[in-house]
Design a protein around this ligand. Structure first.
Ligand SMILES: *Cc1c(COP(=O)(O)O)cnc(C)c1O
Length: 394
């Protein structure tokens, strides 16, 4: 049953609507970190790579994430950050279509995904072109010039959600390779990766999966293509026999070839504990709860704050687990909200963004948040200098 608030440490007086950016602290995470530090590192020392299962942890955690995104056992590797996983997937995908020169994304993609594509294509230097039409136009932009379609399923600003199955089919019909970024999907909406037949998927674990700041990313490769991937980032832990210490790179004959270097054991361990809460959660129940919370929030805010404009799709079927409103003074209004314990975030130029995480939110939270927002907007409580100075992270 949802929510499962007792499984998290949420500060008193806070209504947290930013789990789409950084999930809350799961109970048990601190104890796990403590145990890994004092017992495994402190006492077992280097023996812990074997005795505490450190070397297998990236795969173990990958399988736990796989269950939430419809990926079969052994098909998900964890490590590094999402930007790096985007680079790995894109390079591998481009090599599968050596005669094509177009990468298709959209202008709603999270900038780092596009930046990584820009950096990679500059390095390869073979005249690649990156096309970024609007999300609404991307399906029609899939032509037989396209080598790779690389999209983030849920738009980080609006929450607009692509139809994963339809776009993957279209990409394949045009002979292109498909990469899905699941940053705002994993733990937020049901995903059937195997069913979609996409070649690659990537995502992060510090958003809806609550792995903590800087928690490792994940990458999925469709099992039938894994052994043909030529890894760009050919680190020793992706080698078939890392401890043979051969001087030539020979990739592992499994998803392990997408590993690079030494895993961040502290973060991975915390993530492992964070994933415990998902045992027994049905993603379809979670989706129902997410839709109910989002619909209620939209209804309350539209009734209470007529100057805010819904910037997310009204149709719940094509909206992820977040709701955005456009407001000219959105940054200041968000600071005023945060000051009153309602934490969301702001995305330029004018988006107030609210994430809905049914694991630790209920209807009362949503209604209370809308009440506080109403006060701020109605009485112009945002209109004070202290709310207008931008911080480094918005
Ligand atoms: C959050 C997010 C990222 C972040 O990448 P990091 O390397 O983890 O900083 C990348 N892409 C998308 C689509 C995201 O939503």
């Amino acid at each position: 049953m949802l929510p499962k608030k007792d499984r998290f440490d949420i500060p008193e007086g806070v209504i947290y609507l930013d789990g789409n950016s950084l999930g809350v602290l799961p109970k048990g995470a601190a104890a796990r970190a403590q145990q890994v530090i004092t017992e495994e590192w402190g006492v077992s020392l280097i023996r812990a790579w074997n005795s505490a299962g450190w070397m297998d942890l990236p795969r173990v955690v990958g399988d736990r994430i796989g269950r939430l995104i419809g990926a079969p056992e052994g098909s998900v590797a964890t490590g590094d950050t999402l930007s790096i996983k985007v680079y790995q997937a894109l390079d591998a995908a481009l090599k599968m279509r050596p005669d094509r020169r177009v990468i298709l994304s959209d202008n709603g993609n999270f900038p780092t995904d596009v930046y990584m594509a820009q950096g990679l294509t500059r390095t390869i230097d073979k005249g690649y072109e990156i096309r970024t039409p609007s999300p609404e136009d991307v399906a029609d932009a899939i032509t037989d010039e396209v080598a790779v379609v690389m999209l983030t399923q849920v738009d980080y600003r609006s929450g607009r959600m692509h139809d994963m199955e339809a776009i993957t089919q279209k990409a394949h019909a045009a002979g292109a390779v498909m990469i899905w970024d699941l940053a705002h999907s994993a733990g937020a909406v049901p995903v059937d990766l195997a069913g979609s037949n996409a070649e690659f998927a990537v995502g992060c674990t510090y958003k809806y999966l609550n792995g903590g700041p800087g928690a490792p990313a994940f990458i999925y490769a469709r099992p039938d293509i894994v052994e043909t991937i030529d890894p760009a980032l050919s680190g020793w832990l992706g080698h078939d026999a890392p401890f043979a210490m051969e001087l030539g790179y020979r990739p592992a004959m499994s998803t392990e070839r997408l590993r690079i270097g030494t895993p961040s054991i502290l973060q991975l361990s915390v993530l492992d504990t964070a994933l415990d809460v998902w045992d027994g959660v049905d993603m379809h129940d979670l989706r129902q709860a997410s839709i109910a919370l989002s619909e209620r929030f939209i209804k309350e805010v539209e009734a209470r704050c007529p100057t805010l404009a819904l910037a997310s799709p009204r149709d719940q079927q094509v909206r992820g687990s977040q709701v955005s409103f456009g407001f000219e003074h959105g940054y200041a209004a968000m600071q005023a909200l945060i000051d009153r314990g309602v934490i969301g975030d702001f995305r330029a130029p004018n988006i107030m963004r609210f994430g809905f995480t049914p694991l630790y939110l209920d209807e009362t939270d949503v209604v209370n948040a809308a009440e506080i927002l109403e006060e701020i907007i109605r009485d112009d409580l945002w209109d004070t200098p202290k709310y207008k100075t931008k911080s480094r992270v918005t």
